[in-house]
Design a protein around this ligand. Sequence first.
Ligand code: PLP
Length: 428
Amino acid sequence: MDTEASSLTSQPSFRSRALATEAVHAGRDDLASQGLHAAPIDLSTTYPSYDSRDEAARIDAFAATGARPDGPPVYARLDNPTTARFETALARLEGAGSAVAFASGMAALTAVLLARASPGLRHVVAVRPLYGCSDHLLGAGLLGTEVTWTDPAGIAEAIRPDTGLVMVETPANPTLAEIDIRAVAHSCGSVPLLVDNTFATPVLQRPLEHGARIVLHSATKYLGGHGDVMGGVVACDEEFAAVLRQVRFATGGVLHPMAGYLLLRGLSTLPVRIRAASASAAELARRLSADPRVARVHYPEVGGAMVSFEVFGDPHGIIAAVRLITPAVSLGSVDTLIQHPASISHRIVGEGDRKAAGVGDRLLRMSVGLEDVEDLWADLCQALSGGSPVAPARSGGAAGTSATLPGGPPVPPSAGRTAGQEPRPAGR
Ligand code: PLP
């Protein structure tokens, strides 16, 4: 049997290893000693045992503590060794004590909300914008939670005795608005701060180092990285992870082991993919900022591979006109995707709330992939011209002198992050 499940807690700490090294080795440290190179995929849904008393004891231990079972998992909804490798690796990358994987990002958020609400802490404080379905899950109260929407400055005031969670996304989907995690964590006091780190990934930002207590990812995006696996993951301390495992066991939103394998594999190239795509995204942001057909460009200080921009013309025409860029929702794949948030990713949010959060009808969100930046620019240029071929302005013209940044009118590039700058190093 794959021994990762039983070796998790006994492994030595590798905290001193650099992020790029962790990305390749974390969750795989036992492989060589087993004579393996690629991680084994354990597809078992059940685990035979001739000792029912021993199984009963392991079930009791899980019910009492939520700790990963010592020995075989009994049943795949309880634990899986391949998924556990991904959890180990992601926890190391985020600098977390633990991580718990789910079938999707929404399943992960559901588990967090249920875990916090079950002891009576039903109230959530959240800052818009959030991904459209996260907004909907909170706003519709589907899980019996109640939300107070506020801006970062209003968090402390919005917290009540029954507040179980503060939730933010930074950079936020789809405006790429950023939040000072340390300042917000301070405002939360003893209430745990959840940061959705899907857009930045631990390569660019590690929220736990700034005071967040819970980090959530739609692993469907950059962690997988190839648009072919759906998953979610929560990085946190072991105490909360134990509760999440119990919720996952009871509600069943487990990650399939094949997805666990693909996500572990995706992590190994995460730093390289993020840095390459970020460089192209920064360059495209710089060129778009100088383009007279573009009203405003959003590109975050932290960097990353997402660029959002507002156009003077018809955004639907641009979606219809792209040829190399894929017109599709989602993000974080090797190919560049573009979508119209008001029509798709944030359609489920009421128009008034959507617009108040900065998600206007002329906003397009682009997830920059690994194609050559000149090919991407050529496609964007022809699409911005309504599909008629134009000579792309390869140099970007006056780029860097008239950038427009999130949250304000045109400003000189020195006032914020614009094109050409490398993403900030992740550190360790
Ligand atoms: N968080 C963010 C920032 C997202 O963009 C998404 C999906 O787009 C989710 C969470 C939900 O993830 P999933 O689609 O894997 O359920």
